[in-house]
Design a protein around this ligand. Structure first.
Ligand SMILES: Cc1ncc(COP(=O)(O)O)c(C=O)c1O
Length: 409
């Protein structure tokens, strides 16, 4: 099992975990379903308030982790804006940005034909490389505050698959190159108003953020002194009662030395605990000593299960429970397996299996391999009602393959 989810699963707020109380509603929803829980979302947003630290930093939400527009509209008034990674995300975020916050973009490869539109939609643009800076900054600099994504070259992750500071990283200007560029050719970098770094993944330790900030300042303090803003990226988790002293110290460190606006742009931390995949058991059968339960969902609805090789949480699983099942997805991929789980009661066809802590990087990465449609989306209101938001239709599927008026290929 990968460490990617480590530390991610201790938040337990869920209404859905009280499945008994919601049983009626659950039987009426069409599965597979992605459910976002508005009450949990509300609690997660209180963390954003704690992070702001008396307005010493502004909290954005990185919509790459979760992009459902009704939920973004709900979140917007509690946020200082959104962080996006493409023109499409920028357009979506702008429509959901009911709170009047700012839009921030960074992407490894901005496209020549999108630069002006990105500049008109986004308030802050962090170019990923010096060459993209050279190519595009003059076309954007009068519309948006421009800066650079920096790779601090200080790694905290053992697994390179999700380490933005991995060797030869494509993510950001290596800190040493930034320092030499400012030294060798300051005119080239005239107009850099800020820097963004995003250098961690699912870390519960804000001490690592503090180390990164100190490291940046000790290597590039004179550069930072001339900036208007610093964006600390995402990559950190925060939960009730979590020690935020590393974050406080990082903000103290920056604010006591620099006259900059500080942005923080978490994704997972603000949404993971608020989302569930609800599935129905389609079949149960023995296979060489194991009981296999095939669900009407697939790991393609939670692709990080496969990408990062971890077992997602399942409501009701208990290491000591008597009934053991291999929970499997319904595609032809042999490895479409969620994992081995123990449940208190035997599973039968028609039962519901619920994956909790599934709010981040599920729907935004989900795909339709084998023609298995994307989950329907429901909001679970604070009153315990499931409100239907969308259903993936055959027409949407067919359009991808060149059929119908909205054909994409
Ligand atoms: C630039 C940037 N900002 C923010 C995030 C959000 O990270 P997380 O969801 O881990 O908080 C990411 C994730 O990849 C990112 O690349």
């Amino acid at each position: 099992m990968s460490t990617k989810q480590a530390g991610a699963n201790s938040t337990r707020y869920s209404l859905l975990e009280d499945v008994g109380a919601l049983a009626g509603g659950l039987t009426r929803i069409s599965t597979p379903a992605f459910v976002y829980d508005e009450a949990v979302l509300d609690q997660l947003l209180t963390h954003a308030d704690r992070l702001r630290q008396e307005d010493r930093c502004q909290v954005l939400f990185a919509i790459k982790s979760f992009s459902f527009s009704d939920a973004l509209k709900l979140m917007a008034p509690r946020l200082d804006g959104f962080a996006v990674s493409s023109l499409f995300e920028a357009k979506l975020a702008q429509k959901a940005n009911t709170g009047g916050g700012t839009l921030h973009i960074t992407a490894p490869g901005l496209r020549n034909d999108e630069v002006e539109e990105i500049g008109s939609l986004c308030d802050y643009v962090s170019f990923n490389s010096l060459s993209q800076w050279d190519m595009y900054r003059d076309r954007i600099k009068d519309r948006a505050s421009c800066g650079l994504r920096v790779n601090p070259q200080l790694s905290f992750l053992d697994d390179e698959r999700y380490d933005p500071c991995r060797p030869a990283s494509k993510l950001g200007v290596p800190l040493e190159d930034l320092v030499s560029a400012f030294h060798d050719d300051p005119a080239r970098l005239a107009g850099v108003r800020g820097i963004l770094f995003h250098s961690n993944c699912d870390s519960p330790d804000f001490g690592e953020l503090l180390s990164t900030v100190r490291h940046l300042y000790s290597s590039a303090g004179s550069i930072l002194e001339n900036l208007d803003w610093i964006n600390l990226g995402g990559g950190y988790l925060f939960e009730d009662g979590q020690n935020l002293s590393g974050l406080h110290q990082a903000l103290d460190f920056l604010k006591s030395r620099l006259d900059v606006d500080v942005f923080f742009e978490p994704g997972s931390a603000l949404i993971r605990a608020a989302g569930y995949i609800v599935s129905t058991v389609l079949d149960v059968f023995p296979s060489e000593g194991s009981m296999v339960a095939v669900l009407d969902t697939s790991i393609n609805h939670m692709p990080e299960v496969f990408e990062y090789d971890f077992e997602p949480d399942v409501v009701g699983h208990d290491d000591d429970a008597p009934h053991k099942y291999l929970l499997a997805g319904c595609t032809c991929l042999a490895g479409d397996i969620f994992g081995e789980y123990r449940l208190p009661d035997p599973l039968k066809v028609g039962d519901k299996v619920i994956f909790n802590n599934a709010g981040s990087y599920t729907m935004t990465k989900a795909h339709v391999f084998n023609g298995i449609g994307l989950p329907s989306v429901y909001a679970l209101t604070a009153q315990g009602e499931f409100v239907h938001k969308s259903t993936f239709t055959f027409d949407q599927y067919a359009a991808r393959w060149g059929l119908g008026p909205h054909a994409a290929v």
